[in-house]
Ligand binder design. Structure first.
Ligand code: N2P
Length: 347
């Protein structure tokens, strides 16, 4: 009898939990691949009663294409700086007034007032980082390559077929522009042609263009060099000690990613709750510990893993910061030139 009573109590409690989870509803998150730990999402689900569904993309351009094609199912998506601005201008985002959220006071300058959304009306910060390249020092001639984009764009012959570029027009074009000292938003067809020529000449050296699985590909030593985000490079080094992440002397693209709500999101309140929750130092630190990128939340480093805190790629020195090249939002004319380079390259 007693057992039976316990059993029915447990059953009732179970029903209560699922009823409250149901009442709190769901959150459809569309994020970069491998960019948030499952455990963190589980904890959010437990604390909020909101069920999270995660779907992933591999570049800002695929995210934009998806939203423009009318994808309605997402409540929170994660564009980078320049893409936030494009999405605002295209009317794709809900106003969220992030600056009025309880945890917003913890956002450090300058990301509390970024130029792509100065009042933080539409976006809240997620991770920030840089895009350089990683090579396996144990497998390059002489064990060392120059700290230059030259090493990536015109690699030693021995690396033929063992180099990977990100499948990302913005990242690859920006890196080439920095190397050639061309404005990343050039409207001059002659300059765009120089970028084109560099990328076409690099292509036979490449195994592929791919932004997913960069860590695993390097760790398995399938390839020797990979254009890579610094967090992925940090994670690559956990298993492959000979991996070296290069801050090219010509400059390195700097980006910051953001949480935004697409227009017409069905679970707006849950999305707002999630965005504020992610600005808690402990929560965002857990994301940093997993992804290997820094974030803009005051007090979060106290929760960083020791090796992450000590890693200069995460806490760059002044000399490293001097190399940062922030993204610009280019004109339609510049983007058309850039996209033509990309379409030809990928033919
Ligand atoms: C992680 C994605 C990094 C985001 N896979 C680069 N903006």
């Amino acid at each position: 009898m007693k057992v039976c009573k316990l059993h029915s109590l447990a059953l009732a409690a179970g029903l209560l939990v699922s009823a409250s989870a149901m009442a709190a509803g769901e959150l459809n998150l569309y994020n970069w691949s491998d960019y948030i730990p499952q455990d963190l999402l589980k904890r959010f689900e437990k604390e909020s009663g909101i069920k999270v569904n995660l779907d992933v993309f591999d570049s800002n351009e695929s995210l934009l294409a998806k939203l423009k094609a009318g994808a309605k199912g997402y409540d929170v998506v994660v564009p980078s700086d320049y893409m936030v601005k494009i999405m605002i201008e295209e009317g794709l985002l809900e106003k969220i007034d992030a600056s009025k959220m309880a945890n917003f006071k913890l956002v450090e300058a300058p990301l509390n007032k970024p130029d792509f959304d100065p009042k933080r009306e539409y976006s809240a910060p997620y991770m920030w980082g840089v895009t350089g390249f990683t090579y396996d020092a144990s497998r390059v001639p002489g064990g060392k390559l120059d700290n230059s984009w030259k090493s990536f764009f015109t690699p030693p012959a021995a690396l033929k077929g063992k180099v990977v570029a990100l499948n990302d027009v913005a990242e690859l074009y920006k890196a080439a522009a920095i190397y050639l000292k061309v404005d990343q938003c050039t409207e001059d067809p002659k300059q765009a042609k120089r970028i084109q020529d560099l990328l076409e000449a690099q292509k036979p050296m490449l195994a592929m263009y791919n932004s997913d699985g960069t860590i695993e590909r390097m760790q398995a030593q399938e390839v020797i060099m990979h254009q890579q985000w610094n967090g992925a490079a940090y994670r690559t080094r956990q298993k492959l000690k000979s991996a070296v992440f290069v801050y090219p002397k010509e400059g390195i693209p700097f980006w910051n990613d953001n949480l935004v709500i697409p227009k017409g999101a069905k679970n707006r309140d849950n999305a707002l709750k999630f965005i504020n929750w992610m600005m808690e130092p402990k929560n965002i630190a857990e994301a940093s510990n997993f992804t290997g990128y820094n974030n803009a939340i005051k007090g979060s480093t106290a929760f960083f893993k020791a090796d992450l805190k000590a890693d200069p790629a995460i806490n760059p020195t002044a000399a490293m910061r001097a190399l940062f090249v922030p993204s610009k939002t280019c004109s339609a004319k510049a983007n058309a030139l850039r996209d033509r380079v990309w379409t030809k390259l990928k033919k």
